[in-house]
Design a protein around this ligand. Structure first.
Ligand SMILES: [Zn+2]
Length: 447
């Protein structure tokens, strides 16, 4: 009997070892994780890496599942002065699951490697506040998860109210098309009223929208599936046409961000599209040139806030078999890390009152020739991601004289490569009264 038990244990261990793929950090790579399992992993990471993680929910799905966000950073609970914020959003379409599993791997990887003393991960953790929403559509995921293979192509894409969350954001693209303005439209009440007319924001959309508008995010990516490409703004075509290039004022920088992801991913870099007609260039595409999307999250980020978001399509198969998942980790691990580092590229600094030294929040950082400003955060701190090149940059703040443009050479992006430029502004001096006005005021005083 004892021998039988020992044989059973040995066979069990052999079977487990032969079917489970672990990463070098002990991460289970070849398994899909449902809502309960995802939640368990996030709490495990929170426990193992308590000093550098903060787990919170930004809201609930239609069916009451938490929208978990794990923050990974030294001092994770607060925005630190001068530290840029980054986000990854996975599984917005519930049946597009590769991103969800990659983000679960990434969270575990960052924690394990931090504990091991990996110098790059330690530097990322020190210099970036990273927010990861593993699943934006947990209800849709559960619907797709329960289906047998081969999975339906559409079931689980939408949320539990059968709404496509990537068509459910305020349509600021419409405002941009009409006005030509792409600057912080989310802070303009009239523009937001027009963009949300006749639109019911789903609870998942509302939660993410509030999160975007309340956090000074710098860079972001939204992880999807069904093709293999890094897609950059605008998604929305002003003429409703598909296959019409619609670049944003930051087109060059967005191309650079998309290439940073695709060129570090051997599968994506050379891929031209699941559909031969796609014709992707080095694994990248302008959104509107591929197909037009209105009310998408990517354009909302850029038009409403400081945040520069791209959309990543991670493979032609939306819900691959579990044993294929280690391949996706292998292809994407480097890309996921390099893309995070772009948060620390371009130009950064502070805007302050030259006399008092007080920070000047909500000052504009303007780049000559690019009609898109970013604004300073509460501590007067800013980050302006830019593709490598020469730029002239200045700060403008209400009630202050605009700073003179400063020339800056932005180098190739690497972790921490942002150039530092701070601006110290002087208050506008009230116009001197004319002699005539002074005399008139004296006459009034005499009476
Ligand atoms: Zn999608």
């Amino acid at each position: 009997m004892i021998y039988c038990n020992i044989a059973f244990v040995i066979i069990s261990i052999w079977v487990c070892a032969s079917v489970t793929a672990f990463s070098e950090d002990g991460i289970v790579l070849d398994k899909h994780h449902d809502y309960e399992e995802m939640t368990t992993i996030l709490h495990d990471v929170k426990r193992k890496c308590a000093d550098i993680t903060h787990l919170h929910s930004i809201g609930e799905s239609v069916q009451g599942k938490e929208l978990w966000v794990i923050i990974i950073s030294e001092n994770p609970t607060v925005h630190e002065k001068g530290k840029p914020e980054f986000k990854y959003v996975g599984n917005m379409h519930g049946n597009e699951v590769v991103g969800r599993e990659l983000l679960l791997n990434l969270v575990q990887y960052l924690c394990a490697e931090y504990l091991k003393g990996n110098s790059t991960v330690r530097e990322i953790t020190r210099s970036i506040r990273t927010h990861i929403l593993v699943s934006m559509n947990p209800d849709g995921y559960e619907a797709a998860y329960k289906l047998p293979y081969p999975k339906d192509y559409v079931i689980g894409r939408n949320n539990a109210n059968d709404v496509d969350l990537n068509r459910n954001f305020p349509d600021l693209g419409l405002v941009q098309c009409v006005t030509g303005d792409s600057n912080h439209l989310g802070f303009n009440r009239e523009y937001m009223r027009i963009a949300t007319e006749g639109l019911f924001l789903e609870p998942e959309t509302q939660s993410v929208l509030e999160w975007i508008m309340s956090t000074p995010f710098v860079v972001s990516a939204n992880l999807h599936g069904g093709d293999l490409v890094a897609n950059y703004p605008f998604d929305n075509s002003c003429h409703g046409n598909n296959r019409e290039y619609h670049g944003s004022p930051d087109d060059r920088t967005f191309q650079y961000l998309a290439l940073t992801y695709s060129q570090n991913n051997p599968a994506m870099d050379t891929f031209t599209g699941c559909d031969l007609a796609d014709g992707f260039d080095h694994g990248t595409t302008n959104g509107a040139e591929w197909y037009s999307v209105r009310g998408g999250m990517q354009d909302f980020n850029y038009l409403a806030s400081n945040c520069m978001e791209i959309t990543l399509e991670l493979g032609c198969v939306k819900f691959p078999a579990a044993h294929k998942l280690p391949y996706y980790w292998k292809m994407n691990k480097e890309s996921l890390l390099r893309y995070m580092e772009t948060t620390t590229c371009g130009v950064k600094g502070f805007v302050k009152d030259a006399d008092s030294g007080e920070p000047l929040p909500y000052s504009r950082i303007e780049v000559q020739g690019i009609d898109h400003y970013v604004v300073t955060a509460a501590d007067g701190d800013y980050w302006r991601v830019l593709a490598p090149g020469n730029y002239n940059i200045r700060a403008v703040s209400e009630g202050y004289k605009p700073a003179a443009y400063q020339a800056v050479l932005v180098p190739e992006c690497s972790l921490g490569s942002a150039m530092s430029i701070s601006f110290f502004l002087r208050k506008n001096v009230p116009q001197e009264s004319s002699l005539e006005e002074i005399l008139r005021s004296l006459e009034v005083a005499d009476e």
